[in-house]
Design a protein around this ligand. Sequence first.
Ligand code: URA
Length: 451
Amino acid sequence: MNPTPASTQTFRAIDVIRKKRDGVELSRDEIESLVNGYTRDDIPDYQISAWLMAVVLRGMTRAETAALTDAMLRSGEVLDLSSLPSKKVDKHSTGGVGDKTSLVLAPLAAAAGVAVPMISGRGLGHTGGTLDKLEAIPGFNVNLPVSEFRRVLETCGCAMIGQTAEIAPADRKLYAMRDVTGTVESPYLICASIMSKKLAEGIDALVLDVKTGSGAFMKSEKDAIFLAELMVETGERMGKQAVALITDMDQPLGNMIGNALEVVEVVDVLRGEGPADLRLLCIELAGWMLYMGGVSDTVAGGKKQSEKLIASGKALDKFRQMVELQGGDPRTIDDPIKLPQANSTVTIASPRNGYLASMQCEEIGTACVILGGGRERKEDSVDPTVGIVLHKKVGDVVSRGEALATIHYNAEARAASARQLLEKSYQIQDSPPLDKRPLIHRVIGKAGDKN
Ligand code: URA
């Protein structure tokens, strides 16, 4: 198996792994050869895993990050959507627990007249993935060929697919490998993964939701800001308008975690219901999408317009239309009880009276993966029905014996492990927690300066 190098005949993956291990900067050619070789199956999983781990531990320079993003972007087709009259805007999150905003935002922005060509990912590490959530809708096809993706987008204004053999194939392979090798938590790899997909979409503007807190890949706000700046800079280098909101992921977003359960909550929000934190973040991000999509002069105006589109039922209609166009069963949108459900449930009760002071959010996400809602190995299939429903959030008063959460499961042993982890993740104290973390921490990017 000999990779055909981009510009040298002497390329050997082992040399590039060693160089990165020793902290030596890689050239653009070396990075390109590695990405192309892996995409073509010339470089085996074990070598790319070693390289990914070396990047996590050693980091990358700006030049290396740019070279990686460009190589991943050019591994497939870059869509030309210039024939569509509306502005093309997308949103992407760096990953969280209970973060189902993409499923609300694509139809919501489309209902306002913005075109949303969205390429998403599957669950990554302890976080959930948009594609896994969409696939919980019976029949929904996230693997549309480009021609069909374009047709759905032209018909209803939004379409949601995954990386394919045609678009961002390098991210498809690297993403799946990072998921199961503990190599997600690198700002450079996250930047290249997200921006290569987004730049392949043919968008004009991008709203990034960069998570910070115990359930995020970037736990500290400082690290989240670093990643946000890296991605905004990459977008601007490629001539795209980009803004990043640093938002809180110190506890799950909304109350439902797990693929089908999260679709239920998406429908709730599109009906003008659902938990306050999720609604608030969706409206904030939608405000930015409408502003950057040119259908509103200000973010505040975009937020108002978004609220109206939800109240009128137009955003929900758009979601139903997209589901149907992508092969999904639209009856599940009108009647989410028709979504697949787990066989059993068990409740976790509060061990004492007090206030819920904090939740270890990564552990809650991991509990959902253990239930079968995510992957521990590349070949694992995801169970759409399992998950966790939270009855209490940080700051709430709790009484001894009161339900903190309900686990939805199909296997006793998995439920027992998830339960142990969940119980450990709650901290209950006598007094209310003093510092309430904001949902939106700050905005990064030139567009943010004006709003
Ligand atoms: N989302 C992505 O698409 N890639 C990452 O690496 C993290 C979140």
